[in-house]
Design a protein around this ligand. Sequence first.
Ligand code: PPE
Length: 311
Amino acid sequence: MGFDEMDVDTIWMDGEFVDWDDAQIHVLTHGLHYGTGVFEGARCYDTENGPALFRWEEHLERLFQSTKPYEMDIEYTKEELTEATKELIQRQELPSCYIRPIAYYGYNSLGVSPKDCPTRTAVAAWPWGAYLGEEALENGIDVMISSWRKHASSQIPTNAKTTGLYVNSMLAGEEARRNGYAEAIVLNKEGNVAEGPGENIFLVRDGELYTPGLSESILDGITRDSVIRIAEDLGYTVHDNVSISRGELNTADELFFTGSAAEVTPIRKVDNVVIGDGSRGPVTEELQQKFFEIVEEGSEEYDEWFEYVDV
Ligand code: PPE
């Protein structure tokens, strides 16, 4: 669904709330030419205690961490960005939405060096349903191992959520969709499993969970972290610092993706190989149900994960 069909009218840009259609930038913006932006994707859930930003502090922290290799200075404090985001949600009356903060080198001069280009910051929010479709949450998706490899973190910091990184994600995702799959799995330079184009991946084997470690060229996903915590609280053993070979995907009992947009999405097939019995597995289902229960209720047990927005 395009933005034109959505009931949204305001974007926060560099300290001001502007009309959606006026949220424009110059075509010679540095970030457009060289991919020099960092961004976040978070969700606001309409919990039983009212709308709440899910793990907002962690998203903001990662946004600021992402600027470091690029020596970008966001001119706003975390508090200011939080206030702006809450007001953006209030103004648009969006009880549940996806939130996209972005900071990027703006307009002044071109040439790879961003010197003298200002750092611009914006926050947008819009309604966004299930990333890979409602049906995917229940039945799982078919994925393809991409022929594109993830950048090694010696080539580009993969733990920074940089706009330029996502051309790799786009290539992998579109290759998969062209071939009739819903999404891709991207291997790292060593040929081990890294992640999806916009998701982390988990494997279940003999009732234990495995997910690639941070040195496997992955984004340090916040949903990944949430699922690890939920799984451990439910009594599961989670191996979160491992390498997973391509072959291990085939023999997994269950596989699933996690992400702010993708939430917890089961994987039922990798290339032509059926995973488990080809449907959402029991461990995936338990974790997924618990995840949705937490975000729908605004659970007390995980109270520190919620930042409430008064509406
Ligand atoms: N890996 C990548 C490469 C990634 O982009 C995401 C989020 C994750 C893992 C999961 O991280 P987290 O959201 O913190 O659990 N991808 C975002 C962008 C999706 C998009 O299409 O844009 C997201 O989920 O918001």
